[in-house]
Design a protein around this ligand. Sequence first.
Ligand code: XIL
Length: 393
Amino acid sequence: MTRRTLLAALGGTAALALLATAAPAAAAPPTSPPGLAALDGLDAAAPNDLVVGGAAAGGGHHGDAAYPDPFTFDEDYRNLLAGEFGSLTPENQMKWDHLRPAQDEFAFADADAIVEFADDAGIAVRGHTLLWHSQNPDWLENGDFTDAELRDILHEHITTVVERYAGRIMHWEVANEIFDEQGDLRSEENIWIRELGPEIIADAFRWAHEADPEAVLFFNDYNVEGMNVKADAYYDLARELLADGVPVGGMGLQSHLGTMYGYDTTLPDNLARFGALGLETAITELDVRMTMPEDGEPTAEMVAQQDEFYDFVLNACLAESSCGSFTLWGASDAYSWVPVTFDGQGSATPWTAELERKSSYCVLQETLVTANPGGAARFAHHPAYEECRTALL
Ligand code: XIL
């Protein structure tokens, strides 16, 4: 489903729906950062054929930290999500370990809250994810199941979850990270491939399609941004499945980048070859981390590098007609998975921990406004835009 048809199905434009449901101005939290009204955001700046999205942060990587799930309690953060983005991807809330505390139990409350929030705000949801080697519950990974039982478990899971949100999900990331760095299927790590063979991947797409024929069904992976051996395997599998009539609709490129690693300049060629297969492409989890200096402040050089990385990926997506979805993995350094996952690294999102926009935000905004035929007129003299131009660029 294209962005336009999805929004039509949701009953109006994102902006109108948000305005209709927004709290009265007087009730707005006084701490709201500037520039967060729906018409100011990154998605509003984007050309109509591009949805700019963000991850809705969910507990799952902060261990004993004080918060379990910022989405549930941080109102400023929620306002930012609704104001900036045209789609949300639940960061953890639709993964197996969240949804399936026990074999006979589904726990939908956290995922429901995000889908309802998105519906109210008139924004789309990208489902993440149904078949993965990671964040699976112990009862599944360490269970003692026959192949037939495992197959039934996956079938039941996909059918139940996808049917529950049918018609409300723009993209489902059906299969996540199924390749290793050599381009081989993760046939040991991934319980489904190990126990049931690679054919289970096609079945997962078929089951998801039966449960929600409208959702575009994606693969998703990391280190497949450039033309490398892993991306070649990713491409070959997509082509084979399409030839077999499997309902694959899109390829997700996560794009977890780091300034210390550089970026692969062949990203545009790679997007183009997936597009040439007739598939949609999406940047699904973009963040740009850096090794933090001892004083905790990135140097001007690091910031400039980060700005360039963000801009490179956005420009590649804008230039490729198959790329209709561009998602940031984090809308605040406070809730980013990076410092918790990569020792000594951080500052990876375009917003500070206080939800202030960084220069990478302004670079993205400027590129979107410039690419949007109506953008310059719409954003001229706009305070959120002017502030970026004068203070941060
Ligand atoms: C990460 C989340 O951001 C963390 O909170 C969690 O602890 C681990 O997973 N690729 C993916 C995402 O597909 O689901 C991962 O999200 C990041 C890498």
